[in-house]
Design a protein around this ligand. Structure first.
Ligand SMILES: [Fe+2]
Length: 259
């Protein structure tokens, strides 16, 4: 037990959960902020579980696994503060870059440990559209973050974490076109117009999974068919829906034949 408690990842989980608990207390009188803080802690646990599945497949050293698991707890450490200060998880509209601020919080406030600069760097790059640098730890946390969300998309829909700010509507042709490129959607280029569009844009994260091991886990766990079942719950234009489904099966075929 004592040995487990000395693990870097266990300490990082404690440190992060204290920050969430503190912010949860501060948001006591505002139920929206309070549930925002709660939802990001649940997300952190989704990423922890996803990260464990991925590191089990990667065959990394124990030291590297520890740094990876630290990241699952620390990557969104600025989210509770963001909820309290801006009441949105949009980095742009709230003018609060949670990756940059989270990286600073860890750099300044977290005790020193071997590999700290790589961990801080991975927090900094974990959520941007295309990171300027690529390390195993950056690839790992980007995969665990997306795989953790895609595995639990029903949670994000039920808690209105994706879609509460747009009117109802079908998948737009622009979004279906972008999905067919098999790349994550660039929000600066494409404007999402409906909750169905937002959902498809999240689905497109599957094209940004870095490790073949994560792609395999994603397919083995039947996430593509779960996503299509959820997408069917939106009022969707059948032509665009068919294009999304066809693109997904093409991608799955490519993954299965190349890995
Ligand atoms: Fe994040």
């Amino acid at each position: 037990m004592r040995e487990r408690e000395s693990l870097l990842s266990v300490q990082a989980k404690k440190w992060t959960s204290n920050i969430y608990r503190q912010n949860h207390r501060w948001s006591e009188k505002n139920s929206r902020k309070r549930s925002m803080v709660e939802s990001k802690w649940i997300h952190t646990i989704h990423v922890e579980k996803a990260g464990l599945e991925i590191v089990d497949k990667l065959g990394w050293t124990d030291k590297k696994k520890e740094l990876a698991m630290m990241l699952t707890y620390l990557h969104d450490v600025a989210r509770p503060l963001q909820a309290i200060m801006t009441e949105t998880f949009s980095d742009t509209s709230g003018n609060f870059n949670h990756s940059e601020i989270g990286a600073n919080m860890v750099a300044i406030q977290y005790p020193e440990f071997p590999g700290k600069s790589e961990v801080v760097e991975a927090i900094y790059w974990h959520a941007c559209y295309k990171p300027e640098i690529k390390t195993d730890l950056i690839s790992f946390i980007r995969d665990a973050d997306k795989y953790g969300i895609l595995k639990h998309l029903d949670f994000y829909i039920n808690n209105k974490l994706f879609t509460d700010y747009l009117p109802r509507g079908d998948i737009s042709s622009e979004v279906a076109d972008a999905f067919e490129m098999k790349q994550p959607l660039n929000y600066q280029m494409i404007r999402v117009k409906s909750p169905a569009d937002v959902f498809v844009s999240r689905m497109a994260w599957m094209f940004d999974l870095n490790f073949p091991e994560t792609q395999q886990l994603f397919i083995e766990n039947s996430i593509p068919s779960q996503m299509i079942a959820l997408l069917n719950q939106y009022q969707t234009n059948s032509n665009n829906l068919d294009r999304i489904v066809a693109t997904m099966s093409e991608w799955q075929h490519e993954v299965v034949t190349t890995t």
